[in-house]
Each structure stands twice: as C-alpha cells, then as structure tokens.
Design a protein. Sequence first.
Length: 506
Amino acid sequence: MKALRIVLGDQLSRDISALDGIEAGDVVLMMEVAEETTYVGHHKQKLVLFLAAMRHFAEELRDKGHEVDYIRLTDAGNTGDFTGEVKRAVARHKPDQLVGTEPGEWRVARAMEGWDKVLDVEVEIRPDTRFFASHQRFADWARGRKSWRMEHFYREMRRETGLLMQGDEPAGGDWNYDGDNRKPWPRRKPVPHRRRFRPDDITREVIDLVADRFPDNIGGLDHFDWPVTRHEALAALRDFIETALPGFGDYQDAMKTGAPFLNHSLLSPALNLGLLSPREVCARAEQAWQDGHAPLNAVEGFIRQILGWREYVRGVYWAKMPGYAAADALDADRPLPAFYWTGKTDMACLAHVIGDTIDHAYSHHIQRLMITGNFALLAGIRPREIERWYLEVYADALEWVEMPNTLGMAVFADGGLMASKPYAASGSYISKMSDFCTGCSYDVKKKTGEGACPFNALYWAFLDRNRKHLKGNPRLAMPYRTLDGWDADRREGYAAAARHFLDGLD
Ligand code: FAD
Ligand code: DLZ
Ligand code: SF4
C-alpha cells in the first residue's frame, strides 16, 4: 500500500510518527507555502530558520534513500496552503493512504481535520509522540483542578520519567532550587562564548529568498547563525552543556546590556523544529549533573524548563483552544506602542531587549517576561496585539508555546489559570536583575515627576486600575496594603503620571 507521508516545518525529527513504518514506494511530502510564511509577519531569521531547516531535512531523508517531494515557495503552481498542496500531491502520486502527524497549531489542526472530506484517499493523522505528556495525560492531570499550577504538573512528570529522582524522592531532597537561581550578573564576570553556525549554500539560498520576498518583515539577516540541521543542533547542545549549563541556574534571571544569551541554552528553535528531542536534552543535562560537571541548581532549573514549563504550556494550549486566544481578563485596551517594532525608546531596558530581538530573533525568558511582557501588562496593551508580536519576532515562536506564555504568564489575560499572580514589577526589579538602568535617561529611584522611571508609576497605577480584578489575590495583599495606606492625592499622582506617560506614547 503506497503512502504519502506529510512532514510539516516543525516536524523535522527522524522519529516523527508520520514516518513510522515508511516503506519503499512511499513518498514524503514537504511543503513551503505562502500561508505559513505570512499568517503573521515572521522575523526574517525565523523564516530562514524554518525554510533552511526544512530543506536540509529533505536532503537528509533523500540521503537515507527516501523519495521526497519537496515543494518550494517559488515553485510554479504552488497553491499557497497545505490543503492545496496535499490535494495536488495526491493527484501526482495517487497514494492509497495519507499519513501525517498532528500539527503543533490549532489553526493547522482545523485545516487538516477537513482533509478526509476533500481528498479521495484514506487519511491517518497520528499523535505527536515527541512530548513527554500526551494530550490525554495532561487532561487527566488537569481534570477537577481549579487552578493549573506548573509546579504540581512538573512533580508528576519528574516521578513519571524518573528524571532527577532518587527513588521516590527528588534528587538533593528538594523539587525546586529557584531560591538559588536569582543572581544578577556580576559586573566584571565575562560572558560565556557560545558556538554559532555559519550558513552553508542551502541556507544562503534561503537567506536570499527571504531578503527578496520579505524585505519589510522585522529583523536583519546579517546575524543569522542558528543551527539548521540535526548535526548542528547536537553541536549546539554539546556546547551548551560544556560551557553554559554549569552557570545556568545561578544566572537564569540575570540580564546584561549587550549580552542577550548569557548562560541560556539557545536550544528552543532546535527543540521546536524537532532537530533535538526534549528527552535527549534532559537526559544529557542529567548526565552532566551525575558526572559532577554541573550543579543540581543548574540542572534542575534547566530540566524544569523543558520537562515542566514546555510540556505544561502545550497542555494548556490544547486544553483551552480556541477560546484561549481571546482571553482578556483585565480588559486591556491600549494599542501596542510603535517602539516594539523598532526598539526606538528612551527606556534603556526596552531598547536593549527589543534591539537584541531585532538582531537575533531571540531574547531570554526573563527579558520576555519581565521587560517586554511586564511593560505590556502594566501599560494595559491589548492581549491579542502583544501575543501576535511575540509570535512574529522570535525564532522559536510557535503558537502552542508562545500563546500561553504571553496570555497566561506575561499579561495575565487568562485571569490566573496559569499564574498565581501577575508578573508585575516596578523599576526596582529591573535595576536589581540587570545593568540597564545605569545607562538609562530615566532615574529608576525616582517615583514620579520629571525623569522618573516610567515603570514605577505604571506599576502602582496598574494595581490601582485593576483593583476589581486583583484586590482579592492573597499574593498581592502586601502591595495593596501599601497602596491603601496612601492618601487619594498620592494615588492619583501615580495614576496621572502613568496616564501622562502612556498618552505621550501614542
Ligand atoms: P533556556 O532558558 O535555555 O531554557 C531551556 C528550554 O526550556 C528552552 O529552550 C525551551 O524549550 C524551554 N523553556 C524555557 N522556558 C519555557 C517556557 N516558559 N515555556 C515553554 N518552554 C520553555 N518559548 C518558545 O519556545 N517559543 C515561544 O514562542 C515562546 N514565547 C514566549 C513568550 C513569552 C511572553 C514568554 C515569557 C516566554 C516565551 N517562551 C517561548 C519561553 C521562553 O522564553 C523561551 O523558551 C526561551 O527564552 C528560549 O530560550 P533558550 O532556549 O535559551 O531557553
Ligand atoms: C513557521 C513556518 C514557516 C514560516 N513556513 C512553513 C512552511 O512553509 N511549511 C511548513 O510546513 N511549515 C512552515 N512553518 C511551520 C508551520 O507553521 C508549522 O509546522 C505549523 O504551524 C504547525 O502547526
Ligand atoms: Fe528601564 Fe526604568 Fe531602568 Fe530605564 S530606569 S532601564 S526605564 S527600569
């Protein structure tokens, strides 16, 4: 029986379920299509990453002896979407069966659901087995719980996988070493040098294509140096384990001017494309701890991100879509300021993080959560606009992981399903965890008035404005006590300063 086997752009794994049982005579179909390249205005590096990785993966499959029908974006007759291309391929190859793996995004899943009606062929869509937790596993965990805390889910995943477990107990006696993982970057400490990857001929061709077809998309291509093959991704993993994992825990939350990477792994693009499996990445990190190469606070902190957060946000996404996309618990209604697209603002923290984002299609978690995310939360930016921004600008951005992080974690639009309180912070947090404030035209210690750090007034005005949504939250009892201890003039002073600042942005 001849099968047409579909491999999507984030399914570039040799063990993807769509290829299970592949036989001589089967054809693998891979498709570059306009819809995927334009459903948001992806960063140029993100476009290069996906298309270059797809082309390399197709070559790898051919080297293994498989027949690959690879549709390029520029091919004559390309209909521009997956359904159109699958229809054309069915007509070309006349398979008995079509085999695919469930996609990562709800939008694509809906389109695929219709395939058995529009194609005159049997369609089999298989589960994506690359994750630790299946949809059913997450649903079983979530059933009957009012709030879905990552920490509880993560502990079950630790027990289930045996990662960092000593019998029934967590390695080292604690589940969580976050308390050790909040150090700022020491002023004179050198930044680890990280291995990056020079584009080969295939990637250079894609760079030219993207420069030509998407000249107005955000980002530059000069710095493109992401791993685009399994071989390069494994080299990136080795480099991370050797040079950066030991300090990953200590400096997980640190931020430094001109140093977007610090000790972070930079592995999210390779993981999300399927070039690395989460299982192998966690196993390598655990091994580094067992070998005495990396301390437990680093390895637990790292594994928590993948075994905990990554699996958990995927679970939330599939359990809550499609309604989740419209979440807006705080009724936030301000448009996204223009500086998110240029980095042109005199707030140094935002200018640095957005500038690095434009240059590298990357910023690390705390920069996303506590700089661009925190500002959007405090300023009351429309959740859908900030959510689309994150989906456009990062090389690792796929909706299943981006959306819950943005709506649930960064802007509290789900009203506390994911986070027990909003990640709202004034300038003092940014000053503690970074060196941004030393080069800023604003004074982080000044609360209101000329030259005061905008985050300060925005923080108190945010709490005041959202009293009806947040006052009852026990984790916010302290700041509300402070706010309520002030007289009306002082509260209004913060609100007016915040309004004045925000009105000046538009
Ligand atoms: P490291 O800090 O080295 O972490 C290791 C790995 O853990 C990452 O590669 C990633 O796979 C995983 N991970 C870490 N944090 C998270 C998290 N919160 N959720 C899920 N996985 C996590 N991550 C994406 O992969 N794609 C996105 O589109 C994305 N959008 C985000 C949007 C917002 C508003 C926020 C706050 C976070 C977002 N994240 C996203 C999560 C996280 O910021 C990135 O995974 C991380 O910065 C990638 O860099 P790294 O590989 O160096 O991560
Ligand atoms: C992100 C992306 C881009 C830019 N282009 C393609 C493409 O042309 N073909 C493809 O198969 N995948 C692409 N992707 C990744 C897809 O958007 C991703 O596979 C789906 O969204 C998963 O549901
Ligand atoms: Fe950002 Fe305020 Fe610090 Fe400037 S002073 S870098 S605006 S936190």
